[in-house]
Design a protein around this ligand. Structure first.
Ligand code: DC
Length: 223
């Protein structure tokens, strides 16, 4: 039996992480935050002194690191890299940018493919990222391309960073989000584009509950 998958792709600050987690919770399905795998690899590269353009070094590193992703009883994210907590570090814009740089390398993307596909387990998977519907799960049952206007996305990202205690200015976040999105959209390997069969959903003026309800409405006509 083919395990059902819902993919949510979109740029940073589109809310896909929060929406995907809620969907997975409500459906009782597994959740893949694919961006966290790119971030974890970038984090391990910094730890081991591997340059962000050292393709062979990064591919070998992807094969030997061990990541654990979960949530505390209070619902706070907890990520371990080879047994060491890296949660706060992982969410910085610095690591977001490093992740975006290594994500432009086709060999690195290929090295992370099998790891991502292993998350496809019963009763189902909600996967969020940039190429979930185009490359990683092209046969997904439901594909959503989530976006919001750039100003709204920058404010959401700014609030996320403030919430985890990062000292940032809105101005710097606007610049970083813009640069990262441009790189993710313009790269040759698996660029950030909607799958041809994706539903486009602009949630600039919707809150989390409203967005989740819209995705669930699509889901209820399929599952
Ligand atoms: O979703 P995020 O912001 O945590 O992702 C960090 C970077 O990783 C993002 O800027 C691009 C890259 N990424 C990717 O190329 N493909 C994915 N499926 C997920 C993330």
């Amino acid at each position: 039996m083919q395990v059902p998958v819902i993919t949510l792709d979109g740029p940073s600050g589109s809310g896909k992480g929060t929406i995907s987690q809620r969907l997975a919770e409500q459906l009782g399905w597994h959740y893949l935050d694919s961006g966290a795998l790119y971030r974890l690899l970038a984090c391990a590269a910094a730890r081991d002194g591997i340059a962000l353009d050292d393709v062979d070094g990064l591919v070998a590193l992807a094969g030997r690191i061990h990541g654990e992703f979960g949530f505390s009883a209070a619902g706070e994210e907890r990520v371990l890299l080879d047994g060491v907590p890296v949660t706060t570090e992982l969410r910085t814009e610095q690591l977001g940018n490093a992740a975006s740089r290594i994500a432009a390398l086709p060999a690195v993307r290929a090295a992370l493919l099998a790891w991502q596909r292993r998350y496809r387990q019963l009763p189902g998977l909600v996967a969020d990222g940039r190429d979930m519907g185009t490359v990683v799960f092209p046969d997904a049952d439901l594909k959503i391309f989530l976006t919001a206007n750039p100003a709204e996305r920058a404010i959401r990202r700014y609030n996320q960073l403030k919430n985890i205690g990062k000292e940032v200015t809105l101005e710097s976040v606007v610049g970083e989000v813009k640069a990262r999105d441009e790189r993710d959209r313009s790269r040759a390997a698996s660029p950030l584009v909607p799958a041809v069969d994706a539903h486009l959903l602009d949630n600039s003026s919707l809150d989390v509950e409203e967005t989740v309800a819209l995705v669930l409405a699509h889901a209820s006509s399929i599952f």
